[in-house]
Ligand binder design. Structure first.
Ligand code: SDX
Length: 428
């Protein structure tokens, strides 16, 4: 017996009844199948920002906003980041199961061999001004990959999807590192296939030309394993997040039949916004602007003022009406890192004061505004000596596997259609 939703339209004193199937879920809310509603009733449903709309069915990531729960392929995020590397999380998202030792080894080698860029592609960076934001060059670099691998415009089989996934996951960190190095006018450092995914990224970001970063007799700095583990955790926490704005953009571009790499590039552009992935960079800029714990009260007041457009960056979330579980992991990581690497205590003091006040203030409590992933990631990335303008690029590196997995699920879903919402027309 199917569950049904009955909608009674009472318009101009005329009542008409419509009945729609209720679609089951394995976790979380069920959905009313509204696909024939307009054809039968002549009315649209109005849902700005899609607050009550399921745009697809998916088996990749589950979020429970009330409980503050996040699962990738059914595994709780806390357990995943404690026991598995980012590459294992990538494999899980793409293949619906964690890899065996052998599968992980092969996956790792495949990515290492694909981390290099076509020599021609490197020329695009010189087209950008020195101070170009790395997100602009990163997006352009990923779009240009579509020209170098145009054959992927029409992927028909799992082998093609696998090749696309491996290529993008492997190359985007290199494009990101080159984007940063171009922005400060220093030569690129090629990937080193002897290094792990995360260490290699830090190496490409930090290494001096013609030097490696191992401890050398002249005391060259090395990449600390604590830093590698912290960044690996950050990549895993950002890997996927259901139908967020940038994933919705990736699925929308996928629905038009555009090249898969430009769908991912579109996701990069959407993520850049400060209401979305760009918030991690804005959080640090905001903490620096607030400047002292003595100024926190003034800015909390501004955040609460409906006539002031100032918003507390890193607070609030469309889905989480409880603590963002990723923020909890980062808070724990922040406490661990305090013992091992230098955390900017000045910024940390300001952030802690904001958090303490906001979590006890009626305005934030009433609106279920809690710190989200971006509130803590910026302080940790600063401690990892990641330049602020690279924070959202770090988010991109983590999220690329999620976008790709969602893209492939969309393409394989027989119910997928071109995204084409309607409107309430208010014009003449
Ligand atoms: C990410 O969707 C995802 O999953 C995204 C993400 C992912 O992994 O992909 O989790 C990553 O984008 C995290 C969010 C990062 N953004 C920020 O930290 C920017 C600051 N936050 C806000 O801009 C806001 O909270 C959003 C955009 C995150 C959510 O916006 P909503 O759900 O549309 O909420 P809203 O704008 O309708 O706000 C509801 C109320 C409003 O007050 P009232 O009109 O009811 O009086 O809460 C207020 C808002 O003014 N409010 C805030 C606030 N966020 C919401 N007030 C002050 N400071 C804030 N940060």
């Amino acid at each position: 017996m199917k569950n049904k939703a009955t909608i009674v339209l009472d318009i101009n004193n005329q009542k008409k009844e419509y009945s729609y199937d209720i679609l089951d879920s394995t976790r979380g809310p069920k959905s009313i199948d509204m696909r024939t509603f307009y054809k039968e009733s002549g009315l649209f449903t109005y849902d700005v920002g899609f607050t009550s709309t399921a745009s697809c069915s998916s088996s990749i990531t589950y979020i429970d906003g009330e409980k503050g729960e996040l699962r990738y392929r059914g595994y709780e995020i806390e357990k995943l980041v404690s026991n598995h590397s980012y590459l294992e999380v990538c494999y899980l998202l793409l293949n619906e199961k964690l890899p065996s030792k052998e599968q992980l080894k092969n996956f790792d080698i495949e990515l290492r061999h694909r981390s290099f860029l076509h020599e021609g592609l490197k020329n695009i960076f010189s087209a950008f001004p020195d101070n170009a934001h790395p997100m602009a060059t990163l997006s352009a670099g990923v779009t240009s990959l579509a020209s170098f691998y145009f054959d992927h415009i029409n992927i028909k089989d799992d082998l093609g999807y696998k090749e696309m996934a491996y290529r993008l996951i492997a190359k985007i960190p290199t494009v990101a590192a080159f984007s940063f190095r171009h922005s400060i006018g220093i030569p690129f450092i090629e990937p080193d296939i002897n290094l792990s995914f995360t260490e290699n990224f830090l190496f490409m970001l930090r290494a001096y030309p013609h030097h490696n970063l191992k401890v050398t007799k002249d005391g060259q700095e090395k990449i600390d394993p604590v830093e590698i583990k912290a960044l690996d955790t950050i990549f895993s926490l950002h890997a996927d997040h259901e139908q967020n704005a940038s994933t919705t953009v990736v699925r929308t571009v996928a629905s038009t039949g555009a090249h898969p790499y430009v769908a991912i590039s579109a996701g990069i552009n959407a993520l850049w916004g400060r209401a979305h992935g760009g918030a991690n960079e804005s959080v640090i800029a905001q903490l620096q602007m607030i400047g002292s714990v003595d100024n926190v009260d003034k800015y909390i007041k501004k955040a609460k003022d409906p006539n002031d457009e100032f918003r507390l960056m890193g607070f609030g979330h469309r889905v989480y009406k409880n603590f963002d579980p990723r923020a909890k992991v980062l808070k724990k990581l922040q406490d661990e890192l305090k013992q091992t690497i230098h955390l900017d205590s000045h910024l940390l003091d300001i952030a802690t004061k904001i958090e303490t006040i906001a979590l006890n203030d009626e305005y934030f409590i009433k609106r279920n505004l809690y710190p989200n992933i971006d509130f803590y990631s910026g302080i940790i990335l600063t401690a990892l000596r990641i330049p602020k303008q690279m924070f959202t690029a770090i988010f991109v590196i983590g999220r690329t596997v999620g976008w790709i997995t969602q893209y492939i699920e969309f393409k394989k879903d027989k119910q997928s259609k071109i995204a084409r919402p309607r409107q309430i027309y208010k014009g003449k």
